[in-house]
Design a protein around this ligand. Structure first.
Ligand SMILES: [Zn+2]
Length: 231
């Protein structure tokens, strides 16, 4: 260990000479620190400012829904307004498209999943379309659709949009729109899932069956989300 007192005593006479050079040295090292930080963030910026399937897959479910909403709004332009249904009142619908006469003309479902979407979920969407007398349906997913799901949607007014197609949709937009969507996608904490009941960011917990996302309001709220992102 260095004895700082003796060091200071020995240094004292020459402090007048040493101090300025010490300050200069410190400012140089600070400048270096600053520049290295800058280059890292610039690197990150170039990586994340491009739309890709990886980026789409990294979005938590709520942020993913927001991106789907924006995409659908761009499709309907100003003719109709697209909204996310209120939280907790999810009757199998995530998105609603309402025309100027306040009539629901389309509904949409969004699933930020890794596994393919099976036919049962498409049937459910179709069921809501029929019962609510809605003409069109959209099913967005970060993953893909099973063959029977694709078969079922054929000939019906249901549009299935998988992760790859969604990226194509985004990349075909004008650059201004692409950048606007990127901003919405990655603003703040976009990877930690939100509790569907409390609308608060969840926390990672360890259970008997491995890691999972739990609600910050536990035990009042027992909502959990699979850490492997099935739902
Ligand atoms: Zn909760």
């Amino acid at each position: 260990m260095i004895d700082y007192t003796t060091l200071l005593i020995t240094l004292k006479p020459s402090l007048k000479i040493i101090l300025p050079s010490l300050i200069a040295l410190l400012s140089i090292s600070y400048a270096f620190k600053g520049s290295s930080k800058k280059s890292v963030s610039a690197k990150q910026a170039t990586v994340i400012s491009t739309w890709s399937l990886d980026l789409l897959l990294s979005l938590e479910w709520k942020r993913y829904e927001e991106i789907c909403k924006e995409l659908l709004q761009l499709k309907y332009k100003n003719r109709s307004s697209v909204s996310l249904t209120p939280m907790g009142a999810d009757g199998g619908i995530d998105l609603k498209v309402t025309n100027s006469k306040n009539k629901i003309i389309a509904i949409g479902q969004c699933k930020a999943w890794n596994n393919p979407i099976g036919v049962s979920l498409i049937r459910e969407l179709y069921g809501v379309m029929a019962s609510e007398n809605v003409e069109s349906g959209y099913f967005f997913t970060t993953s893909s659709f099973s063959l029977d799901a694709i078969q079922f949607a054929k000939g019906k007014k249901i549009k299935l949009i998988d992760g790859k197609q969604q990226i194509k949709m985004v990349l075909s937009l004008p650059l201004v729109q692409q950048n606007r969507l990127i901003k919405i996608a990655i603003e703040g904490n976009y990877q930690t899932p939100t509790c569907p009941s409390c609308d608060k960011k969840m926390i990672k917990r360890n259970g008997e069956r491995g890691e999972f996302w739990g609600c910050v309001n536990y035990p009042r709220c027992k909502t959990t989300i699979n850490a492997r992102k099935h739902s």
